[in-house]
Ligand binder design. Structure first.
Ligand code: NAD
Length: 344
């Protein structure tokens, strides 16, 4: 397995392989960049097909966190932890303690939080052995970042509608939402409250129907969501929903949603642009959660709402830069994040 020459290595500062025989812990902690502050990013527990796949995921995700936090103007860098195994089988108090000790040994260079396969309750367990953990409220209860992510996406959609459709309100704007989990359901509610018209889908059809009934929304089968004729497509399920197969089927003016890695490959940002579809870069629009966990960690909750509302201005700025510089919105976001890393 290649390490320094791995395609996704991208100048990581430090990559740690953490092992504990007694609990079965096999974890990779990737610290990408601490220029702006300690690396912060979730801990994912996943049954990776190989150790190489786990390393790739850790490297990609930690790099993504560097860019996301830099763009959001946060005083933190990018990192991520991945634990190899099926959370349902391997997640024990002993494993979480061993993971916490591995994080503690890094002396604060990496601060963990919840991600796929971990929960706020797991973070509370990890907090018994290290203080370098967030995603828990000060009274020790769980702090789910999803409502904050949804709020940020809502503001991002407002910005995209302002830029692309010239409208200051979401009243009557038609949004097709894919995925009605923690973020998608809260986003749909916020859009409904703002007067938007909704078309919803989820592979959990009972969940979809219940929300649609409550919000008076239309529903479509999961595979049909990409061809709904609407103003906005909001992907809030899994990654890679924009790919060469789905791109020609899109009938929207805007793609703006919560899902990470919405584009199967970065060059699709140019393809969206060529079709005059405004793309809100995923890591710019879904930063509400990291804004909240970062501020909670540093004990600065008072400014969270304003910072999340700031996603509106961040996106308007990116859209303007993309227009002026004649580049995709994703390229504009990458450039802006790199500027912050260089200039602080
Ligand atoms: P979740 O697991 O709570 O919800 C995902 C939903 O998508 C589920 O209801 C699932 O049934 C549905 N789904 C899965 N595949 C689908 C498909 N093919 N078609 C339709 N529906 C499908 O996850 P979440 O926390 O709401 O996160 C949603 C997305 O946002 C993920 O990509 C996540 O990485 C990203 N994200 C979440 C946060 C956060 O704070 N939770 C922060 C940043 C990014």
């Amino acid at each position: 397995m290649e390490c320094f020459s791995a395609p996704d290595f991208d100048r990581h500062e430090q990559v740690v392989f953490a092992y504990d025989d007694a609990s079965g812990l096999r974890a990779i902690i990737a610290i990408h960049d601490t220029t702006l502050g300690p690396a912060m990013g979730g801990c994912r527990i996943w049954p990776y097909a190989s150790e190489a796949a786990a390393l790739t995921d850790a490297l990609r995700l930690s790099r993504g966190m560097t860019y996301k936090s830099a763009l959001a103007g946060l005083p933190i860098g990018g990192g991520k932890a991945v634990v190899i195994g099926d959370a349902k089988h391997i997640k024990t108090p002993a494993l979480l303690a061993a993971l916490g000790q591995a994080i503690d040994r890094l002396g604060g260079r990496y601060i963990t939080a919840e991600d796929v396969g971990t929960s706020p309750a797991d973070m509370a367990q990890i907090a018994r052995v290290t203080r370098f953990v967030t995603g828990i409220t000060r009274d020790g209860a769980g702090g789910d970042p999803s409502p904050y992510t949804a709020r940020g996406v809502y503001h991002g959609i407002r910005a995209a509608v302002r830029h692309r459709l010239g409208a200051d309100t979401l009243a009557g704007v038609h949004v097709a939402v894919q995925g009605l989990g923690h973020v998608g359901a809260a986003l749909s509610q916020a859009l409904f409250d703002a007067g938007a018209r909704l078309t919803l889908t989820d592979i959990d059809s009972a969940r979809c129907q219940a929300l649609a009934t409550r919000l008076g929304a239309a529903t479509v089968a999961p595979e049909a969501i990409v061809e709904v004729e609407a103003d906005v497509f909001a992907p809030c399920a899994l990654g890679a929903i924009i790919n060469p197969r789905t791109l020609p089927r899109l009938r929207v003016a805007i793609v703006a949603g919560a899902a990470n890695n919405q584009l199967a490959t970065d060059d699709l940002a140019n393809a969206l642009r060529a079709r005059n579809i405004l793309y809100a870069p995923d890591y710019a629009i879904n930063a509400g959660g990291i804004i909240q966990v970062c501020h909670t960690y540093f004990g600065d909750d008072a400014t969270v709402d304003a910072r999340i509302a700031g996603i509106y201005d961040t996106l308007l700025d990116l859209f303007a830069r993309a227009d002026t510089q004649d580049i995709s919105t994703l390229a504009a976001a990458d450039r802006r994040a790199r500027e912050r890393l260089t200039n602080g």
